[in-house]
Ligand binder design. Structure first.
Ligand SMILES: Nc1ncnc2c1ncn2[C@@H]1O[C@H](COP(=O)(O)OP(=O)(O)OP(=O)(O)O)[C@@H](O)[C@H]1O
Ligand SMILES: [Mg+2]
Length: 233
């Protein structure tokens, strides 16, 4: 599903990720943790191909970072649902229109779009918010609209970059519970966060932990004990 093979990555002047290798299988729920600046968002960018690795290979479904022309990137992104901390909704469109937009760009028929949009609105408890504009919704509701938009194309994985960063603790837990529910329906979830409160009591969940761009833990959250990054040679 998703595979990182000895991946290093970074930006023009900074090398951020060092030789990461891991796999995420169908239907898994994975927390991605690590201090600010450790490379969580950079890792996610590699998955949705906003960034190419400097070396190694990133595999997403049937796509490989080594053999993916730019023009094919939109096809890959349609298989992913991505949500961000700042919700990234279009302010001049209603909740329903924001969600529909994700399908309009794929050329789906109007009937299909209408059916799918009401389905996800229902699923996320937003049926009565369809006609609201983002500024008429609470932060938690806006994030649920963003999640609905991410799910409307039936992605195999939902990727969330600090989705609760702008929300209070109670609403953050609601959003996490929602993602767990989505996962039990079959969609894999990769949730990047430095809100460690969300991991409390979730001992069985898989956790990947980054430290200074290295993967220093991959295992059940209950066993969390990051190894020290190898010394620089
Ligand atoms: N577009 C960019 N250009 C140059 N450097 C960048 C860029 N984006 C991130 N970086 C650098 O890469 C490093 C890792 O950043 P990244 O955003 O992946 O961390 P993060 O773990 O997501 O942090 P946070 O928890 O604060 O979101 C940081 O040192 C950052 O300054
Ligand atoms: Mg980040």
């Amino acid at each position: 599903m998703i595979g990182f093979r000895d991946v290093s990555a970074g930006y023009r002047r900074t090398r951020v990720l060092e030789r990461l290798s891991f796999h995420i299988e169908k239907g898994e729920f994975v927390f991605l943790t690590g201090p600010s600046g450790s490379g969580k968002s950079t890792l996610l960018k590699l998955i949705y191909h906003e960034l190419k690795p400097l070396s190694g290979e990133v595999i997403v479904a049937d796509f490989s970072s080594n053999r993916l022309p730019r023009r094919k990137v939109p096809y890959l992104r349609r298989k992913l649902g991505v949500v961000f901390q700042d919700f990234a909704l279009l302010e001049n469109r209603t909740a329903g229109e924001n969600i529909a937009y994700a399908l309009e760009v794929t050329g789906a028929s109007r009937t299909f779009i209408r059916r799918r949009v009401s389905r996800v609105l229902e699923q996320l408890g937003l049926a009565d918010k369809e006609k609201c504009f983002p500024n008429e919704l609470s932060g938690g509701e806006q994030q649920r609209v963003a999640i609905a938009r991410a799910l409307v194309g039936e992605p195999f994985i939902l990727i969330a970059d600090e989705p609760t960063g702008n929300l209070d603790p109670a609403i953050s837990l609601d959003i996490l519970r929602l993602m767990i529910e989505i996962n039990t329906l079959g969609t894999a979830v990769l949730l990047a966060t430095h809100n460690y409160g969300l991991l409390k009591g979730r001992e069985d969940f898989r956790r990947l932990h980054l430290s200074s761009g290295r993967l220093v833990f991959d295992g059940p959250n209950g066993n969390f004990a990051p190894s020290a990054p190898p010394a620089e040679i």
